[in-house]
Design a protein around this ligand. Structure first.
Ligand code: GDP
Length: 169
């Protein structure tokens, strides 16, 4: 059969309150998610299984700020900031600097600008965020967890980046 499976560890990083939990909750109601395939472990890491392109993938999302899980291995990283909070953008830059100097420095990173529904409170422009993503060779996506805008695209894009890294051809 052409059906295959993978298991991927994905730290999700970002300041408190930027929407990391809200994004994970949206992943759980995604059309790609297998019913009842979600586990929360002793470190509060959440593992979910999705089917994309006839491939089953299990992703373990790790909250690096609150977990006691000290396994630093990763298949990809998600770095989230909120467009209405410039401090969270500065922290995201700090995470990118850290990750690109670290043991798994060649792993795909997706920079996520969340809360784009807060248009009039926006403090971080698309241009400056894109520039940061380019500087650190990350993918960039703008989401709203509240409106469920582009959250599925983030999930599918994440898997695509992981698989491209594992099978460059
Ligand atoms: P975390 O600390 O990064 O896990 O952030 P949470 O997921 O707990 O979200 C913090 C607050 O921001 C909550 O009140 C969420 O409802 C809100 N929030 C999350 N995503 C969005 C979004 O896309 N737009 C808006 N307006 N609020 C959001």
């Amino acid at each position: 059969s052409s059906y295959s499976t993978g298991y991927y560890r994905v730290p999700i990083m970002g300041a408190h309150g930027v929407g990391k939990t809200a994004i994970e909750n949206r992943f759980m109601s995604s059309e790609y998610m297998l019913p009842n395939e979600s586990i929360t472990d002793e470190f509060d890491n959440r593992t979910l299984t999705v089917v994309v392109d006839n491939e089953e993938s299990t992703m373990e999302f790790i909250d690096f700020l609150s977990t006691d899980d000290d396994d630093l291995s990763a298949d990809a990283y998600v770095v989230v900031f909120s467009v209405h909070d410039s401090d969270s953008f500065s922290l995201a830059e700090g995470f990118l600097q850290y990750l690109r100097n670290e043991l798994y420095s060649d792993r795909p990173i997706i920079l996520v600008a969340n809360k784009i529904d807060l248009v009039r409170k926006r403090q971080v422009t698309k241009e400056e965020a894109r520039q940061l993503a380019e500087e650190f060779e990350c993918k960039y996506i703008e989401t709203s967890a509240v409106l469920n805008h582009k959250v599925d695209e983030l999930l599918v894009g994440l898997l695509k980046q992981i698989k491209l890294k594992l099978n460059p051809d």
